[in-house]
Design a protein around this ligand. Structure first.
Ligand code: OXD
Ligand code: MN
Length: 618
């Protein structure tokens, strides 16, 4: 049998778009999955507290969750993954569009029929000896204007408990699937059955997974299939697989946007309120930005989302955004009382920690949590650790999974049905050189150009060479479910629809370094100084210098009071280095060259203008 009830009967390429609809289709899919994966039992997840307790107890008994001290970290647990299953596997992530061109040059494409065959073989018997959980969930508040429903089947109780935090999961989501309601099917197995083909029992381990991993998306039929990993975006299929890769395809067809963006509400000392959506590549401080504690008096930041935004033109002509998630799956290392006290308070209780270190008192620790490490720890692999061990105590991609409503700065509007109207869009990356602290796009097309040309030094959030600079357009490189150049065209079209109501667009870089390799900008709470300039731009209260790469603040435009910044540092952050930018423009030309004839003409024109303006810029 093939691993889908929906597609094998498809008559040919591209004849069908849209996922399954209704309860009957759900029941027959679950039946088919049972026949294929052969679990011992099926549990329909209702999302109740009693269910959470039962699954947690089972995992603790199995050694898959370690309870933390009930006083220090109430209701919280530690999971340790297999050392080979610690991050998203981008090279094993596939977009199986009917036509290869529809996946575009930045995605791994696989022929859908061939992939179905491979998945069919891999999933066959993969859940033997295990429980198959059926997990209905809603992305966005139930009944919201662009909320979507999904159902994940999984043999990982860790995924069930994490999905309970990250989405609106359970009976209410199931009840929302009416006779004709579309829902996204997401099939997941860790790929480690407990019964061999010959019937012999196989041993279980605390973190089951498989050396072979496949994360496959079928955009036409809106299906997700994930095999072999239990970690993060590979396994919590509601997140990157659904809310970004599949949702970006839906959004393109239906005229909205699914983006890798945080959302926040900012109130200025004058009491004016603005909403900001900001795209940064993975592990570039989106959670810190979404929970920013302003270093300047009078400002208030309220958190709406830290990772994903769904945006749509509203009836008033403006762009409205929701956070489709219900929790935070944040990077732990680097998070501490000084850098992000709000995140620390959010994860005070009811949190699943993964791959962090354990203290002798039963609390958690990671690099950056406190200035000095404790004298003794158990590291993320379960081995004794001291500061002399010479290796990190927590994995660099260790995570906390906490409910959004535990965040002290959560906005009262974070889960409203319509979301919030966006005033400004911010693009950022981790750039040691070239990209200034902040600049504003001259217009929407220039803003799309900024988004399309984000480059960033790679982090531990994905497997691959950490530190290497790569283009990560719209911070969506690993997450766009269709051709990236079509994504840019879609943005240009949405801008055309928004017209004068379109948000203004900015680019920021907190990560600029000086010649000695030291960060120039203090970042964190001081990023409010950049937001201050952005807000005063929105309010037409401050000027800017025109440059080939956008509108730049002059030194006196920024509130730098009380910062210990040398003149050279300020110059580095605020001025354009023409030589550096001429080579940046050459890199952009190569980057755009990957998209052949599909590059939208306005972006090609924008690049030519950049090259022209830089040619005689002294
Ligand atoms: C994430 C990521 O987990 O981007 O948010 O990797
Ligand atoms: Mn992310």
């Amino acid at each position: 049998m093939t691993p889908s009830t929906f597609s094998p009967a498809l008559p040919g390429p591209s004849l069908r778009t849209g996922g399954p609809r209704g309860r009957q289709a759900l029941e027959s899919w679950v039946r088919d999955m049972r026949v294929l994966a052969q679990p011992d039992r099926i549990v329909w997840i209702d999302g109740s507290e009693a269910e959470r307790q039962r699954i947690t107890d089972e995992m603790v008994r199995a050694g898959s969750l370690i309870p933390l001290d009930p006083e220090l970290r109430p209701g919280s647990h530690l999971a340790r993954s297999d050392p080979d299953d610690v991050a998203r596997v981008e090279d094993r992530t596939f977009i199986c569009a009917e036509r290869e061109a529809d996946a575009g040059p930045t995605n791994n494409w696989r022929d859908p029929a061939a992939m179905r065959e491979e998945l069919g073989a891999r999933f066959a018997g993969a859940m033997r000896g295990r429980t198959m959980y059926v997990v209905p969930f809603s992305m966005g508040p139930l009944g919201g204007a662009i909320s979507q429903l999904g159902v994940q089947v999984t043999d990982s109780p860790y995924v069930v408990l994490s999905t309970r935090i990250m989405t609106r999961m359970g009976a209410a989501a199931l009840a929302a699937i009416g006779p004709d309601t579309e829902w996204v099917p997401a099939a997941h197995t860790v790929g480690m059955p407990l019964v061999a083909d010959d019937g012999a029992a196989l041993p279980d381990v605390p973190w089951p997974s498989n050396a072979v991993k496949i994360i496959a998306h079928f955009p036409e039929t809106r299906e997700i299939w994930s095999y072999g990993s239990g970690y993060g975006g590979n396994a919590l299929l509601a997140k990157k697989c659904f809310a970004l890769r599949i949702a970006s395809v839906m959004a393109r067809e239906e005229g909205w946007l699914a983006e890798h963006m945080l959302l926040l509400r900012l109130t200025s000392p004058a009491g004016r309120t603005h909403h900001i959506a900001a795209a940064f590549p993975s592990a570039c401080g989106k959670t810190n930005f979404a929970m920013l504690t302003p270093s300047r008096p009078g400002w208030k930041v309220e958190t709406i989302g830290d990772d994903i935004a769904w945006l749509r033109p509203g009836e008033d002509g403006r762009l409205w955004a929701i956070n489709p998630e219900a929790g935070f799956f944040g990077v732990a290392p680097g998070t501490g009382e000084t850098t992000n006290p709000t995140a620390m308070a959010t994860m005070r209780s009811n949190t699943i920690f993964t791959n962090v270190a354990l203290t002798p008192e039963g609390d958690v620790w990671w690099e950056g949590r406190t200035p000095e490490p404790p004298a003794e720890l158990t590291d993320w692999r379960g081995l004794p650790w001291t500061p002399a061990s010479g290796r990190p105590a927590a994995h660099p991609n260790a995570r906390f999974t906490s409910p959004a409503d535990q965040c002290p700065t959560i906005s009262s509007d974070w889960d409203t049905l319509d979301g919030v109207p966006i005033d400004a869009i911010v693009f950022g990356g981790r750039r040691a050189s070239n990209v200034p602290l902040v600049s504003e796009a001259a217009d929407w097309t220039d803003g799309v150009f900024m988004g399309a040309t984000i480059a960033s030094e790679q982090t531990a959030a994905a497997e691959g060479p950490v530190g290497e600079l790569r283009f990560d357009p719209f911070a969506m490189l690993p997450f766009c479910g269709y051709d990236m150049a079509d994504h840019w065209a879609h943005w240009l079209e949405i801008g055309g629809r928004l017209g004068r109501h379109a948000p203004r667009v900015f680019r920021v870089n907190w990560f600029r370094k000086d010649d000695e390799g030291r960060y120039v900008w203090p970042g964190f709470g001081d990023n409010i100084r950049v937001l201050d300039w952005i807000v005063r731009r929105l309010e037409h209260e401050v000027g800017a210098a025109v440059s080939p790469i956008g509108l730049l603040p002059r030194r006196h435009d920024l509130d730098l009071a009380g910062l210990d910044l040398s003149d050279a540092a300020v110059r580095t952050m605020l001025t354009l280095d023409p030589r550096g930018w001429r080579s940046e423009a050459r890199r952009i030309e190569q980057h755009f060259g990957r998209f052949d004839g599909n590059l939208p003409a306005p972006l090609a024109r924008r690049l030519r203008k950049l090259q022209h303006d830089l040619a005689d810029y002294a």
